[in-house]
Design a protein around this ligand. Structure first.
Ligand code: URP
Ligand code: ZN
Length: 469
């Protein structure tokens, strides 16, 4: 971090805070000019500012980057999730998130470029924070559009090894060809890894035995489902040389595979989500267990411990939310068998305070590690660094002013989603984002949205890979 001193006219001055980035904590003042971080200095040097925020006792983080988000989720062309880009991105801002990466899914047989353009049309002008898109490939048609998509700022291409019933999966042969092509074009792949035939087999068995309660969702996707698919795609990545990013790792086995691959210097990275760290299978046995259905499912305490350990030692690089919001009604109000309940839970507004409370307050990780996992690592991997994810001079002034001592009980009433339930209801946390700033503009302040609801822009991501991460 560079410290400058001297007279300086700034638009916004944040003084007396503690700046936290991926490398350390520094007491200091931060000045913003034209939406960029312009000066960082100690003490009471000469300065003048249009607006001053006194951040005494507060921490200043680079804005959180959530690189796995589903707002306005579509399934086979139909919107099924409850939030919009507008409402979801506003809730995200309250949680200290200043950039999200959503998905443009290729409709099988159709052009992914068209899917990307449609998704941009849906989101542009409706987002409160900056955003980008991954493109999901669901067949091998239009592979030749990958270079154009890369020019449009997409560097990451998602694939599914499951969801055959939603026409999302690629077969093994398709995966290898897809990896080869993405590698050739210097993009990288992001994998939702579950063994499709195992999932179908267990589901069919459970349903025919009339085992339809939410807990059987977890039984239908046991650990082996994740382990087998991850092992297989790691082999394909090894042989093709593509960088593989493992989405939402949930198991000890999955995180061990990532550690093993990293120790062999493979081009590989991985993420997990707050719900896999904070919730376990028991959440399916509560009266409202059906609300907590997502895929992959919640696991056991030993998996939670393994994931936390692998975060601590930087095997797992990122914490993302896989935010996907559904109302009770959309989830069937507890009347549906597990295989008919829409999958996904909300998470984007609470991820920073929950992870801070779980991992930093307990001293399992340090503040710089928190920033690595939730801001700088996603910015680096997804081609946004140092414009995003850093407190460097010249970076976008995307900032979170965080009160590390503020105590908050989580409930749907204090959050800004479109739904009246939350998986973390009654969780008590210490530490809360107070102010969120996007490119120098205050978006949220002390529980009020004071910014532009449509001030977010699409971020063309840099075609900088092939670096490792
Ligand atoms: O259960 C999950 N992960 N839902 C997110 C949306 C989707 O369909 O993958
Ligand atoms: Zn997802």
């Amino acid at each position: 971090m560079l410290f400058l001193v001297g007279d300086f006219q700034v638009d916004l001055l944040i003084k007396n805070g503690t700046l936290v980035d991926n490398a350390g904590l520094y007491p200091g003042n931060l000045g913003i000019v034209d939406g960029k971080i312009a000066i960082i200095f100690h003490g009471d040097k000469g300065y003048s500012a249009d607006k001053v925020i006194d951040a005494t006792g507060k921490l200043i983080f680079p804005g959180i980057i959530d690189s796995h988000v589903h707002f306005q989720l579509q399934d086979l062309g139909k919107i099924i999730s409850t939030d919009s880009f507008a409402s979801g991105s506003k809730a995200a801002a309250f949680g200290g998130v200043t950039t999200f990466i959503d998905f443009a899914d290729q409709t099988r047989g159709e052009s992914p470029l068209k899917g990307f353009q449609n998704r941009r049309q849906t989101a542009d002008g409706h987002v409160a924070i900056d955003y980008s898109l991954h493109v999901s490939k669901t067949d091998l048609e239009y592979l030749d559009e990958i270079p154009t998509l890369i020019q449009e700022g997409v560097t990451s291409f998602k694939f599914f090894t499951t969801y055959s019933w939603r026409k999302l999966d690629l077969t093994d042969g398709q995966l290898v060809s897809f990896f080869q092509e993405v590698r050739k074009q210097r993009g990288f792949v992001v994998g939702h890894c579950e063994n499709d035939s195992m999932v179908q087999y267990y589901r069919n068995q459970l349903i025919s035995d009339n085992k339809t309660d939410p807990i059987f969702h977890a039984h239908s996707r046991p650990h082996l489902v994740e382990e087998e698919a991850m092992q297989r795609v790691i082999l394909f990545a090894r042989r093709t040389g593509v960088h593989l990013h493992l989405a939402h790792i949930t198991t000890k086995q999955g995180s061990d595979l990532l550690a093993q691959a990293k120790s062999e210097n493979l081009r590989i990275s991985g993420e997990t989500c707050p719900h896999y760290l904070l919730l376990n299978e028991k959440a399916y046995t509560s009266p409202e267990g059906y609300l907590n259905l997502m895929s992959p499912p919640l696991r056991h305490t030993k998996d939670q411990q393994a994931l936390i350990n692998h975060l601590r030692i930087a095997t797992i690089d990122q914490i993302v939310t896989d935010h996907c919001e559904f109302s009770r009604k959309s989830k069937g109000e507890g009347k549906l068998p597990f295989n008919k309940v829409l999958n996904g839970i909300p998470g984007i507004e609470t991820s920073l305070p929950l992870i801070h409370d779980l991992l930093v307050n307990s001293k399992k990780i340090t503040y710089p590690q928190l920033i690595q996992m939730m801001s700088s690592n996603p910015a680096k991997l997804f081609g946004l660094y140092p414009q995003k994810g850093s407190l460097q001079i010249g970076a976008d002034a995307d900032l979170v002013i965080f009160d590390p001592l503020m105590s908050q009980r989580i409930s749907p009433q204090i959050l800004h989603y479109e739904i009246d339930w939350n998986p973390y209801t009654n969780f008590q946390v210490t530490g809360w984002p107070i102010t969120t700033i996007l490119r120098g503009e205050i978006l949220c302040d002390n529980g009020k949205f004071v910014g532009q609801p449509n001030g977010g822009v699409f971020l063309k991501r840099e075609h900088l890979n092939y670096v490792k991460s």
